[in-house]
Write a protein that binds this ligand. Structure first.
Ligand code: XMP
Length: 506
């Protein structure tokens, strides 16, 4: 397996994803927690970092158990780190070294640049530059502005590159990673969805044995794939609970429940809409709404889990981005929104946790789901927040507002599907605003609600941009909503990016 040591770069996860795309398994660990068994890894990659090696607080890990023992590829900060502390020289760059550059490759007996042609485009992002190579350093490539764009250390399988092979704009970046991992380090490309399913099913059987497992289904991709995987491993001992919190999309509870049953899952649908809506009555603060929904969910789930006798395990659809211990450069980040589904369940349930997807990225979860024959439509569903429509109804929530928003949302989402736009959008939904506006219908003055439509493109929800939906489409949807949904007389389209806005309005 491959180890990626994280120095806090925004691109660290991208390195892991590129490695996984090569069907190679890898793990990210913080630079200050090098695993004890590091010699057993097949290769190590050092990430970039927002720090300068010349800064006193900069990461300063002890690589003595790695260098010369395990093949090493140092990226950006990693490359500077090797130079700075081992006899080379790193200084602030004279010119800006951000963005595109082209490589001039020095042919060498090493295979790092195999199948990569002269002038290959790479992506630079650094403000320091390596002036002198470290001891035994041999230059492998330069660019117009960066003399030491790549080097190796004589007598070791240690390589260093100043550019970022993991980003899309480094055209041959994946080839370079493949050269390092496969040709130089001899790592096998065995990490396929099929192999993952086989391995995980075996592990789950081993871990769970004949015990019962309970799992909360949400209708989303992660919990569904986790359920199908567990079902494959332990069959009828998996008990799924799907809670209707009254804040799902129109008809979603029934249609998703039917789909789960068709898939052979042992699932109980629990309609607790009234319990949630009662608890939410009169609450208009977004965080209070989230916390209320989280609390009621735990109560409902706990009641249901207690009805099942002798359950020993709780399964969750946690995925890798939630697990990676990230290096925080500026201290703990401020809570912008508390995502209730990360909280977990109370201690008194005393269940052991199984998380079969905890090492997978989202795209891998989808591939694993496809491998197990899950309906592509279900796998392609947009993300939907745990608190559902509650955070899309600004202000307090009433059953009537939920009904109105469900109708609007349904017209919008169905429209996206009919116009073949659904798969081009990462997430979409409608927001019910707490204002009335004046309109005219027939000869009557109206004074009714405003709804906003939101559709964004994103890869992980961390940053997002609004989608340039066709005017014809927006016109049609707006007309349909105003004509069909009583109580709404105005539709607006949200054209804010994240940051500075967020995807949800609350
Ligand atoms: P924001 O609004 O923070 O949303 O830009 C980013 C992504 O997270 C989802 N989201 C939530 N998901 N519980 C969830 O399970 C929440 O409380 C929550 N708030 C936002 C949002 O839908 C988007 O995909």
């Amino acid at each position: 397996n491959v180890l990626i040591l994280d120095f806090g770069s925004q691109y660290t996860q991208l390195i892991a994803r590129r490695v996984r795309e090569l069907n190679i398994y890898c793990e990210i660990h913080p630079f200050n927690k090098i695993p004890d068994n590091v010699e057993t890894f097949k290769a190590v990659i050092l990430s970039g970092s927002p720090f300068s090696v010349r800064n006193e607080d900069a990461p300063h890990p002890d690589l003595s158990k790695i260098r010369g023992k395990v093949p090493l590829l140092a990226v950006c900060y990693g490359a500077q780190y090797l130079a700075h502390f081992h006899g080379g020289k790193v200084e602030p760059s004279q010119t800006r070294e951000y963005g595109r550059a082209n490589l001039s490759i020095i042919k060498d007996k090493e295979m790092l640049f195999d199948a990569i042609t002269e002038n290959s485009q790479v992506w630079m992002s650094h403000s320091d530059t390596i002036k002198e190579l470290p001891e035994n350093g041999v230059r492998l490539a330069s660019t117009h502005d960066v003399l030491n764009a790549a080097y190796r250390i004589d007598g070791e399988e240690t390589f260093a590159i100043q550019f970022h092979p993991e980003v899309y704009h480094s055209t041959d970046g994946k080839q370079l990673l493949e050269n390092f991992l496969v040709k130089i380090s001899g790592v096998e490309q065995e990490w396929t969805p099929e192999a993952f399913v086989d391995m995980t099913v075996d592990e789950l059987r081993e871990k769970v044995g004949d015990d019962k497992v309970v799992l909360g289904l949400s209708g989303g991709v992660d919990s569904t794939v986790a359920a199908v995987l567990l079902h494959k491993a332990i069959g009828k001992n998996l008990y799924c609970i799907f809670v209707n919190n009254g804040l799902l999309r129109k008809n979603e509870f029934d249609s998703v429940l039917d789909q789960y049953k068709d898939m052979g899952l042992n699932v109980k649908g629990v309609d607790s809409s009234a319990r949630f809506l009662d608890a939410l009555a009169g609450k208009s603060d977004p965080e209070e709404k989230r916390k209320t929904i989280g609390r009621v969910f735990i109560e409902v789930f706990d009641d249901e889990a207690h009805l099942l006798k002798d359950v020993k395990f709780l399964a969750q659809g946690t995925i890798y981005p939630d697990v990676i211990e990230s290096i925080s450069v500026n201290g703990p980040s401020a809570t912008i929104k508390s995502h209730h589904n990360v909280g977990g369940l109370p201690d008194f349930m005393k269940l052991k946790v199984v998380e079969p997807l905890r090492m997978l990225f989202k795209d891998e979860v989808r591939r694993v789901g496809a491998e197990m024959g899950i309906d592509p439509e279900l796998l392609g569903r947009h993300p939907f927040p745990g608190p559902g429509l509650a955070i899309r109804i600004l202000g307090d929530i009433t059953p009537e507002k939920v009904r109105v928003l469900q109708e609007v949302d349904h017209i919008f989402i169905q429209g996206l599907k009919d116009w073949m736009l659904y798969d081009k959008v990462w997430q979409a939904g409608a927001i019910l605003l707490p204002v009335n506006s004046v309109g005219v219908m027939g000869d009557e003055r109206t004074y009714e609600k405003v709804v906003a439509l939101r559709a964004v493109e994103s890869t992980d929800g961390m940053t997002a941009d609004w989608v340039n939906l066709p005017y014809d489409f927006l016109q049609k949807i707006s007309n349909t909503i105003i004509n069909r949904v009583k109580g709404v007389n105005r539709v607006v389209y949200d054209i804010s990016s994240k940051p500075p806005a967020t995807i949800e309005w609350e």
